[in-house]
Design a protein around this ligand. Structure first.
Ligand SMILES: [Zn+2]
Length: 130
């Protein structure tokens, strides 16, 4: 839609004001552009919201899978050594032993390290309760 509101000479500009039809056309054009811009912005926002929701659902699903795997794990070594925990542990700089299952990566509640732990390392002989 071509609307000419700008006559070529200043004389014409002062003599001729846009008529009602031209103003109506201009308003329709501006309104349509504004509506289109708002619709585009709304669509982008909706896409962003949908992407965020999908990411959140993926994270929650991964967390649920991880938790189910940890709940199903007995935290013991396989291959006929079922009496040995599959838990590694290390004394951290906080002075606590941090243990985690080597099979399912569950972290267990840290506990204070003894001198034996600091000197010879950590070896779990049973699965911690928490
Ligand atoms: Zn485990």
């Amino acid at each position: 839609m071509a609307i000419s509101l700008d006559p070529t000479t200043s004389a014409e500009r002062t003599e001729r004001l846009p008529n009602t039809d031209e103003l109506t056309q201009l308003l329709r054009l501006l309104t349509a552009e504004r509506v289109e811009a708002l619709q585009k912005r709304e669509q982008e926002k909706q896409r962003t919201d949908e992407n965020r929701q999908a990411e959140l659902e993926a994270v929650l699903q991964a967390e649920a899978i991880r938790k189910a795997a940890q709940d199903a794990c007995n935290h013991m070594q396989d291959e006929g050594r079922a009496t040995t925990p599959a838990i590694g542990g290390q004394v951290f700089s906080d002075g606590m032993v941090h243990g985690f299952c080597l099979r399912c990566h569950k972290s267990f509640k840290p506990f204070p390290a003894s001198e034996e732990h600091r000197t010879n390392g950590v070896r779990f002989i049973r699965v911690p309760l928490e």
